[in-house]
Design a protein around this ligand. Sequence first.
Ligand SMILES: N=C(N)NCCCC(=O)O
Ligand SMILES: [Zn+2]
Ligand SMILES: [Zn+2]
Length: 330
Amino acid sequence: MEEIRIEANGNIGPIDSARIPRFAGAATYARLPRLDQVSNAAIKIVGVPFDAGVSYRPGARFGANHVRESSRLLRPYNPALDVSPFENVQVADAGDMAVNPFNINEAIETVQDNALALTADGASLLTLGGDHTIALPLLRAAAERAGEPVAMLHFDAHLDTWDTYFGAEYTHGTPFRRAVEEGILDTEAISHVGTRGPLYGKKDLDDDRRFGFGIVTSADVYHQGVAEVVAKLRDRIGNRPLYISVDIDVLDPAHAPGTGTPEAGGITSRELLEILRGMRGMNLVGADVVEVAPAYDHAEITGVAASHVAYDLVTLMADRRAATATKDAS
Ligand SMILES: N=C(N)NCCCC(=O)O
Ligand SMILES: [Zn+2]
Ligand SMILES: [Zn+2]
């Protein structure tokens, strides 16, 4: 059937949900066009159906499509930031990467290669995961494109700076230790937000601090409040190229039950969205939303949360691009 889309400023937007019921047709993220339906896109959303790096419950391989299905109700105007992201720039859904489900090393290479290919034209990349293993190759690609190590905001219940699991170096609990070892993170400007829960030992925190990470725990968000947290994070990041990695388990299991390693005492989706919005104007070069495991979801609670997180990330990217374009033109 014909797709009737919203178009503005020469950008092809979402299927018009006033004319084609939002529950009809195959899902793309936010009902956006597929990449092959537009000549080029400044912001690309890509899925990574991969969960061979998990230490507990599997299922995040189905995450990207679950987020797409859960994104049908998103509307084109973001009032929180007064931005219409799909009007500012062309945004498109690039589909899924064909990652090897049996070979982690090969999957990591594929993610890195695909991320580089998708950003070769200067596009910004938002990845829907997948387990957190994929943040490593995504960071490698982001640092290569930026031409320098990148700052990172890491939203997660977990540190993900552990060393190995069963001798394996590349897992969803180890991407950020590998990234520090590889020198692709700017260790003056890397922070975890939302961490909580039991650790293997005090050494986990000592190691993490040694790598340079700052920590804003879930309890800190509660005690200090969003505004103070945002101010501290912005201060630390400055104008460095910034990568944002969102493990959906940063949210309390009440807000995101559909994930593989849930921890009680998490932040709310309202807090997460507000902290993200607080990053307006930062030099955001790439982002991911990972660890959505639909088999443990109910009523799309996790899928909806993840789709909204992705929406605010796209808004930040679109807003920054529009602001930079205006500055360049004047
Ligand atoms: N969900 C992520 N990314 N990591 C959790 C690892 C927790 C553990 O195995 O102890
Ligand atoms: Zn986690
Ligand atoms: Zn994680």
